[in-house]
Unconditional design. Structure first.
Length: 428
């Protein structure tokens, strides 16, 4: 089957067919070097998540035990981290769009600040100082996503969902390795010492990523001026579909934040698992996500974002609630493994959906809006902590699952635009 009138199609969407879709030709400056860019971004994301997952799943429960924190205090540590994360994410969105050709510096700075903040956290002697330091911890990792995903979206407009999912896959690899590495080091060092020595690998990784990014060929310029940037942002914020996606993401982040915060504590304290066993459970769940993310990204490109998001979010909400009733044996293993398919896969598809709505404008800021929606979820761990102190941690799981199911209902009311792949197929 052939395109009847190729001249009527915009050049950026010309598609070659020979019975099926083969490719969507792109400008040389966009295509040149994009595979190396993707590999570098994925590698840096994997390293960042080694730190994130090691802290979240292994070190924070040890900090809770070591400082004698209540569940409410523990939940507030997540609040302080997420609050500064939101501010940083929004600023990184502006920098990623305005200075797109400086992405190498921003990604390196993200890794350096991550290592420095962990080093400082190792000195915090009590709850209040740890609360303050966690505000610093929220800055480094949040600098990474907007420039990284924005760069991928600009270079892969033809395979946006798949490319962003590969970025997420790098995160899943880090989520697999982080708990195992951290638990292994924790057998040799105290948790404070682990935080101290984490500075050195972060500095080395920052140097590697900076060097690799600088050698990427091809160039996609940033926004022409600050005025042009804010004009584009103002136009986007008038789009109801984008604001609705931010709302759905906020609700989903609330539910997911509860599970990320309290599942490791539940396994470590309530079920009395060792740190190594907790690491294995949570790492195994991310192994599932390594394959699930690119698969969901591909399917969302081909069949639409909502077709993938709706059933996946419903499953995730039900699995969150199932944690409250699963026994410590096979049922818990299967539930945690199943969760791995959705924890990070859905976030990348939400980003791709928002970028579809934006139509190529201020891509890094779109990432900031979706990640920044998590600010509405900062209170969720505190509320869940109050529930856990009063009724036990399983009540927090029920709360988290209910919020995710609510976000699924809201998503069902939205109408999302078609992907570039869907539109290209319709033009056949």
């Amino acid at each position: 089957m052939r395109v009847r009138n190729l001249a009527t199609l915009p050049k950026c969407h010309w598609t070659l067919y020979s019975g099926h879709m083969k490719s969507i030709p792109l400008a040389p400056e966009i295509r040149r070097g994009r595979n190396k860019l993707a590999a570098t971004v994925v590698l840096g994301h994997a390293f960042k998540h080694i730190y994130n997952s090691g802290l979240q799943t292994i070190l924070l429960p040890e900090i809770k035990i070591g400082l004698g924190l209540s569940a409410t205090q523990f939940g507030s540590l997540a609040f302080s981290r997420q609050a500064t994360s939101w501010v940083t994410t929004m600023g990184a969105g502006y920098l990623g769009d305005r200075f797109a050709n400086r992405a190498s510096l921003m990604l390196a700075a993200s890794l350096v600040l991550t290592g420095v903040s962990y080093f400082v956290a190792g000195f915090a002697p009590n709850y209040w100082l740890m609360f303050a330091v966690m505000m610093l911890v929220g800055i480094g990792p949040s600098l990474y996503h907007p420039p990284a995903i924005g760069a991928l979206s600009r270079r892969f407009p033809d395979r946006r969902g798949f490319a962003i999912s590969l970025h997420g896959t790098g995160g899943s690899v880090g989520e697999v390795l982080g708990p195992i590495i951290t638990a292994g080091v924790l057998t040799l060092l105290m948790w404070r010492d682990v935080l101290h020595v984490s500075l050195i690998p972060a500095l080395l990784a920052a140097l590697v990523i900076w060097s690799m990014m600088r050698s990427v060929t091809g160039d996609v310029p940033g926004t022409a001026s600050t005025r042009a940037y804010f004009t584009s942002v103002a136009t986007l914020l008038r789009k109801r579909a984008l604001l609705s996606l931010v709302l759905v993401t906020a609700l989903r982040s609330m539910g997911q934040g509860v599970i990320i915060t309290f599942l490791p504590v539940y396994l470590r304290e309530d079920l009395e698992f060792s740190a190594t066993r907790v690491a294995l459970y949570l790492s195994m769940s991310q192994v599932v996500g390594i394959g699930a993310q690119p698969a969901m990204g591909f399917l969302s490109d081909r069949f639409g974002r909502k077709v993938v998001l709706m059933p996946a979010m419903a499953c995730m909400g039900l699995l969150f609630m199932a944690l409250a009733y699963a026994d410590p044996g096979v049922q818990m293993v299967l539930t945690v493994l199943a969760l791995g398919a959705f924890q990070y896969s859905l976030h990348t598809i939400f980003i791709a959906a928002a970028m579809d709505v934006a139509g190529g404008q201020v891509q890094s800021t779109i990432v900031s809006l979706i990640y920044g929606a998590a600010i509405f979820g900062t209170v969720a761990p505190i509320l869940a902590g109050i529930l856990a102190d009063a009724y036990g941690v399983p009540s927090a799981f029920l709360f988290g699952g209910s919020v995710v199911l609510l976000s699924t209902f809201v998503l069902g009311l939205l109408k999302l635009p078609k992907t570039a792949t869907q539109m290209a197929r319709e033009r056949v």
